[in-house]
Design a protein around this ligand. Structure first.
Ligand code: MN
Length: 299
């Protein structure tokens, strides 16, 4: 039988995951640990995504001293923080820092080692209000794990936008590419990261290589995927590797985080805030941290 290999093949959903019970990171982030929470979402299956912590919407009452998490190290990967509601102030030992407000993204490459702290912005804290964030940990390949730390502050207005036809909505391209609109962030390995903002009834098509790890998280509203599967608010959908193309339709005004990344396919040795390839490198990370080689940052 003739088979056209260029014909698009639907990418189906492999699993829909409800948010796991939340836990607090410091006193400022109440997160659902989607990755690597469920056995289905192991490091191997989620490669290159190491952690997906989702702070679903929560209202924080006013507080004079900002909530958050104090000085801690990272080595061997990147943290990506996306602010949907509320504001976070960040400082690190390489001199990077700033405040991320609603719609902003902070892409921090810890690589060879960094100390940082993450607190609610002082002004936000004093007023209180709705708070909703995603923090992803994106792995680095062995060759880049010991590269210099780096910090990309990506403001909402700098994120390239693809306007969909028929007033369906907008695809904001944080990283990678969507129909020739290139993303704002530099990435070490191929990663597509979008916020799809869809009006009720609006539909968008997505296409990713079969070997990429592909997910979506419903941040606001609800959606239907491939015209047959409803994904409610705060739920994560993991796609099959097989197939390339899928559609997302908003069943009400929706914001959806779309993630698709090329697996790195290297061994992972991880403990706490360090993600390396071997146990020896992990021990070295602890030694270097204890020897003060990650620099200094005031509490
Ligand atoms: Mn951190």
């Amino acid at each position: 039988m003739y088979k056209n290999k260029y014909i698009m093949e639907t990418k189906k959903i492999e699993a829909i995951i409800a948010p796991p019970a939340p836990h607090f990171v410091g006193d400022g982030f109440r997160v659902h640990g989607f990755i690597p929470g469920s056995p289905r979402l192991s490091h191997r299956r989620m490669d290159p995504f190491l952690i997906l912590d989702y702070n679903s919407k929560i209202n924080f009452p006013p507080k004079e001293i900002p909530r958050g998490v104090g000085v801690h190290p990272h080595r061997g990967f990147e943290t990506v923080t996306i602010a949907y509601q509320g504001s976070v102030a960040h400082h690190d030992s390489s001199g990077g820092g700033g405040v991320i407000h609603q719609g902003d993204v902070q892409w921090m490459t810890a690589a060879s080692g960094i100390l940082h702290k993450e607190y609610h912005d002082k002004e936000f804290s004093q007023k209180g209000g709705d708070f909703q964030m995603v923090q992803l940990w994106v792995n680095l390949p062995a060759k880049d794990k010991m590269s210099p730390p780096k910090y990309q502050a990506i403001k909402a207005k700098e994120i390239p936008k693809h306007i969909l036809e028929n007033n369906a909505g907008t695809i904001e391209v944080i990283a990678g590419e969507y129909k020739a609109t290139k993303g704002a962030a530099f990435t070490f390995t191929p990663i597509n990261m979008y916020n799809a903002k869809l009006h009720k009834g609006g539909q968008a098509n997505f296409s990713f290589p079969e070997n990429y790890t592909t997910l979506l998280l419903v941040i606001e509203g609800s959606v239907k995927v491939n015209q047959d599967t409803d994904i409610p608010l705060d739920q994560l959908a993991l796609f099959n590797n097989k197939g390339t193309d899928f559609t997302v339709e908003a069943t009400e005004e929706a914001i959806v985080l779309i993630l698709s990344g090329a697996p790195i396919n290297e061994p992972i040795a991880t403990h706490g805030p360090f993600v390396m390839n071997t146990r020896e490198e992990l021990l070295q990370a602890f030694q270097d941290f204890n020897a003060g080689k990650f620099g200094y940052l005031e509490e």
